[in-house]
Ligand binder design. Structure first.
Ligand SMILES: O=C(O)CCC(=O)C(=O)O
Ligand SMILES: [Fe+2]
Length: 325
C-alpha cells in the first residue's frame, strides 16, 4: 500500500480569493498571489470563483448516477477514436512508465456540429459531444457546469496574463475555439492490499494551459514538491483546485511550474472528480513571453502549435490515433 502523506501547508497550496475577479474589481493583488503560487508549484485553490453551488452539485450527482449504472449499460457509450467523446473504460488512460489508471471517465468537449468547418476539415479532437439517449439527465447537468467552468477559465487567464506583465486579454486572443476538455472521473476505492504500482491517476503533469478541478470530499489528489516529497491537496469546501499544464510552463520559459501530481484513493469509498482542461485554439503558437526572457535567459523552447502538442500527448497517454493535421 502507498505510504500516507501530509497535507500541503497553506503556503504550499494557497487559497486565492477571486472576489475581485468575479465582481470585476482590481485584479493586480490577485495576480501577485497567483504569480507566487505559479513560481513554486503551479497549484492553488480558488474561493469565491462565481460558479453556483447548485450547478456543481448537479454535475456531481449526474456523474454519480452515470457511474452507478452497470458497466454493460455504459459500454455502448464508449468513446469514438476521432472526437474522443463518451465513456472511457478503465484501462485506456495510461501514463508512460505506469500501469493503466484505475479511474474510468466520461469525456466531454466543446460541442461542435459536424458541419463546423474545422470538424469537416478533420481538425483533431474537434467535434460533437456524445449524449447517450438512455441518460437524458447527463447532458443538461454537464453542459451547465461546462459553461460556468469555461467562463471561469477565461477569467483566470486574465489574471495569468497580468501576473506575467502581459495585457489582460493576451491569452484570450487565442480562445476563439479553445480546446476545452471536461472529464467526469470515477475512482474505485484502493484497498490496503492494492498493488503499490496501482494509482487512481498515476504521476503526471497536465499537458495544456490551466486545469480547473472539482474534487469531492474524499480527497486523494497529491502533488510532488520540489524536494521530491509528495503532499496531499485535501478537499476544501467551496473551492476548486487550479493548476498549470506543460504548455503554460513553455510560454513562461519554465518560470512557472507545471507540477507533477497523482491520485490515490485511500478511503475505501468511491471518489468522483471533474477536471476541466482549458486549452487554447488549435493553431495558437506557444512561444516564450517577452516578460520571461532576456539576453541572459533566452527562450529554451522552439515555438509549437498548441494543438499539435496536445495531440502528441493524447497519443502517448490516451491511445488517441488520429494524425495531426
Ligand atoms: O482527479 C483528480 O483529482 C486529478 C486528475 C488529474 O490530475 C488529471 O486528470 O490530469
Ligand atoms: Fe492532472
Amino acid at each position: 500500500m502507498h505510504a500516507t502523506v501530509r497535507a500541503a501547508a497553506a503556503d504550499e497550496m494557497p487559497i486565492l480569493d477571486l472576489s475581485a475577479l468575479t465582481a470585476g474589481g482590481d485584479i493586480a493583488p490577485l495576480a501577485a498571489q497567483l504569480r507566487h503560487a505559479c513560481l513554486t508549484t503551479g497549484f492553488f485553490y480558488v474561493a469565491n470563483h462565481g460558479i453556483p453551488q447548485d450547478v456543481i452539485d448537479g454535475v456531481f450527482s449526474a456523474s454519480r448516477r452515470y457511474f452507478d449504472l452497470p458497466v454493460e449499460q455504459r459500454l455502448p457509450h464508449r468513446l469514438d477514436d476521432k472526437y474522443m467523446r463518451g465513456f472511457m473504460p478503465q484501462g485506456i488512460n495510461q501514463h508512460p512508465g505506469f500501469a493503466a489508471d484505475l479511474k474510468e471517465s466520461y469525456e466531454i468537449g466543446v460541442d461542435l456540429p459536424v458541419t463546423d468547418p474545422d470538424v469537416a476539415a478533420g481538425l483533431p479532437l474537434h467535434g460533437p459531444n456524445r449524449w447517450p439517449a438512455d441518460c437524458p439527465w447527463l447532458r443538461p447537468a454537464a453542459e451547465a457546469y461546462f459553461q460556468q467552468a469555461e467562463a471561469l477559465g477565461r477569467r483566470l487567464l486574465k489574471v495569468c496574463a497580468v501576473s506575467l506583465a502581459m495585457p489582460e486579454d493576451y491569452f484570450l486572443q487565442f480562445c476563439t475555439k479553445p480546446m476545452v476538455q471536461m472529464r467526469l472521473f470515477h475512482y474505485p476505492q484502493q484497498t490496503p492490499a492494492s498493488d503499490e504500482r496501482a494509482f487512481g491517476a498515476a504521476p503526471h503533469t497536465d499537458y495544456g494551459m490551466i486545469t480547473l478541478l472539482l474534487q469531492d470530499p474524499i480527497g486523494g489528489l497529491e502533488l510532488r514538491m520540489r524536494n521530491g516529497e509528495w503532499v496531499s491537496a485535501p478537499y476544501v469546501p467551496g473551492t476548486l483546485v487550479i493548476n498549470l499544464g506543460d504548455l503554460f510552463q513553455r510560454w513562461t520559459n519554465d518560470v512557472y511550474v507545471s507540477n507533477p501530481h497523482r491520485v490515490i484513493n485511500r478511503t475505501g469509498r468511491e471518489r468522483y472528480s471533474i477536471p476541466m482542461f482549458f486549452n487554447l485554439d488549435y493553431d495558437s503558437l506557444v512561444s516564450c513571453l517577452p516578460s520571461c526572457q532576456s539576453p541572459d535567459n533566452p527562450p529554451k523552447y522552439a515555438p509549437i502549435k498548441s494543438g499539435d502538442y496536445l495531440v502528441s500527448r493524447f497519443r502517448d497517454v490516451q491511445k488517441y490515433k488520429v494524425a495531426a493535421a
